[in-house]
Design a protein around this ligand. Structure first.
Ligand code: NAP
Length: 406
């Protein structure tokens, strides 16, 4: 085995991946350590099964969150961010965010500081996983959530603060707005540049993976200059950068009698609230969904519910420079250190990471063994409560059961 090496990125975005690649990980808070342990076992097992020792990951721990605070006195040490940048690819467990206590979400801060502008969450049914849907096999969508702006930009002031009063005074005096004096204030910035790069990434993903539609999800009927503008910019970038392969719904009906021509991708848009019902009633009509930050957060959890719940939902945060893979769910503090929860979300995020670095054989082994393990009805509590005759096993036992099936 060669000495550990660092993944590097070429100017065209392709990666150079050494056979013994060093990849940083953040264990996370709450259930993070439990699901990370199981995930590491599974990723290492899949790589061993796929490459018989010729490839290996050299794991490098980063101390962030509670562990970071205990070890370094900082929740998010600057060196951790530098290490992720240097290594191009990283994986993390969930991190705690105290609600309403003035501490910004570490997860959001990581995404913003590393400019991981696209949060990518595939939602695909895995055979045998319990689902509340009649036809879960029809669900195969990928959510592209803008990750750096919108109401997540962190620009907000508490009710009654000097800052909130100053902003309210400006808006009432200069902008003729009517705002209650004791309001809390949050700002929702959305730019052409960031909206367009997100939609462009979503369209590229559709092209590369054979999807036939990209839906712009927005609430532009109400928030015209933010979400409405996102929609407009989405159509603009589709035309500017992908004009030869994309068509709009208008063009589809005017020129093609509603039938999508071979090789084309349909760009359509849907108002957010309406899309929530359409993905339930007609999931087969949606492939890639590109959307601003808050909508993306909501729709990805709602879609995850259709294919087995948050314990089954993987995700990736990807920018120009680097990528951080993470589960969609949070720290579920009531289950911390019980070795109980479902590690599949982080395990499937690990499979996405292996795909990203080109180790696709190992990624496929993970997905196949996960399906076989669920099919054998050896599952964690969340799935066991939905499957008749299931054997309920621990988080670590689930990881071990997966490795045994590789
Ligand atoms: P959560 O941690 O996602 O947990 C909510 C519920 O989802 C759990 O009680 C559990 O449901 C189910 N669940 C989550 N993960 C699961 C797993 N691996 N296996 C099985 N079931 C799972 O949401 P929360 O309680 O609202 O948030 C807790 C903390 O996490 C907050 O501090 C929040 O800010 C943070 N958070 C972090 C991230 C991140 O790191 N990216 C994302 C979201 C939230 P049952 O109770 O029904 O079993």
């Amino acid at each position: 085995m060669k000495t550990p090496g660092i993944i590097t990125k070429n100017s065209d975005g392709s990666l150079n991946v050494p056979d013994n690649a060093t990849i940083p990980f953040i264990e996370g808070d709450g259930i993070g350590p439990d699901i990370w342990r199981a995930t590491r076992t599974v990723i290492d097992g899949a790589i061993a099964a796929a490459y018989k020792g010729s490839k290996k990951i050299n794991w490098l721990e980063l101390y962030v969150g509670k562990k970071g605070y205990e070890k370094t006195g900082k929740w998010l040490p600057e060196e951790a961010l530098d290490t992720i940048k240097k290594h191009v690819v990283a994986i993390k467990g969930p991190l705690t965010t105290p609600i309403g206590k003035g501490i910004r979400s570490l997860n959001v801060t990581i995404r913003q500081k590393l400019d991981l502008f696209a949060c990518i969450r595939p939602v695909k049914y895995i055979d045998s996983v319990p689902s509340p849907m009649k036809h879960p096999e029809k669900i195969n969508m990928v959510v592209f959530r803008e990750n750096t702006e919108d109401v997540y930009a962190g620009i907000e002031w508490e009710s009654q603060s000097d800052e909130a009063h100053a902003v309210i005074r400006f808006l009432t005096d200069k902008m003729n707005a009517t705002i209650a004096e004791n309001s809390g204030i949050g700002i929702k910035p959305m730019s052409a540049e960031n909206s367009k790069r997100l939609v462009a990434k979503a369209i590229s993903h559709a092209i590369d993976n054979g999807y036939t539609s990209v839906t712009l999800m927005h609430k532009g009927n109400i928030m015209k200059f933010t979400e409405g503008a996102f929609n407009k910019w989405g159509y603009e970038v589709a035309k500017e950068k992908f004009g030869d392969v994309t068509i709009t719904e208008d063009e589809l009906y005017k020129s093609y009698d509603g039938k999508l021509p071979e090789g084309k991708i349909l760009i359509k848009d849907r108002i957010a609230d309406m899309l929530f019902q359409q993905v339930l009633l007609r999931p087969e009509e949606f492939d890639v969904i590109a959307t601003p930050n808050l909508n993306g957060d909501y729709i990805s959890d709602a879609l995850a519910a259709q294919v087995g719940g948050l314990g089954m939902a993987p995700g990736a945060n990807i920018g120009e420079e680097c990528a951080v893979f993470e589960a969609t769910h949070g720290t579920a503090p009531k289950y911390a250190n019980l070795d109980k929860v479902n590690p599949s979300s982080l395990i499937l995020s690990g499979a996405m990471m292996l795909d990203y670095i080109g180790w696709k054989e190992a990624a496929d082994i993970i997905r196949t063994s996960l399906q076989a393990t669920v099919k054998a009805k050896t599952v964690t509590y969340d799935l066991a409560r939905q499957i008749d005759g299931a054997s309920k096993i621990s988080c670590s036992a689930f990881g071990d059961a997966m490795v045994a099936k590789m």
